[in-house]
Design a protein around this ligand. Sequence first.
Ligand code: SAM
Length: 221
Amino acid sequence: MKHEFWDERWRQGQIGFHLGQPHDWLVAAERRFPAGSRVYVPLCGKTVDLVWLRDRGHEVIGCEFVASAVQDFLKEQGLSAQTERLGAGGASYECHRTPGLSLLQGDALHLDPTLVGGTVDVIFDRAALVALDPACRERYVECLHRMLRPGGHILLISFAYDQSRVAGPPWSVTAETIGKLFGDRFSIETLAIRAEEGNPRFQDAGVAEMEERCCWLTRKD
Ligand SMILES: C[S@@+](CC[C@H](N)C(=O)[O-])C[C@H]1O[C@@H](n2cnc3c(N)ncnc32)[C@H](O)[C@@H]1O
């Protein structure tokens, strides 16, 4: 989806995706992360998962393109950051650095490891792949692949539902789609699946439940 769409969602406070506590599946799976990992959190919004991961001893890099979301995050977490500009053109970011946690304001689809001091050990995607227009998926997966070191992992939390009833975001990402997008270059382990209540817009469209899925992907090469 376009920047203006998300800007408007944040401006209107339509951020039902935001959780006030760390995601339970992140808490359960974090023991799989190598100690002191570099962790990248794409399309991070103002998630408290960022500080939770930092407090577990990881070096965290978040990326979010809505400036007010980034400012809300820093304010709500009481963080005072040093800010610098990185990159150029479409791949240009305002980088807010705090000890153990850097937040990049800019488009995650352009991010390159050279801008953040190299590849990362783990990527945590919760409601990020599903937030992107399906036409951008392959580009996004390409970006995740180049951000991740060989042997590194992606903890992916996604949703699937009957896409014929209502359009995203969140867009439906089925197990089959995950296989098509990642299967060639990642091994895929399903960690958990559960039913989630759909939001009111989805309920009205006849989508009472969505399937929430948690996968652990490992880069093969
Ligand atoms: C569904 S929210 C999920 C936020 C977060 N992962 C969480 O769990 O709370 C998706 C977020 O991605 C941001 N976003 C969408 N497209 C983006 C892009 N191309 N680059 C950076 N941020 C993006 C939106 O502004 C929004 O805050």
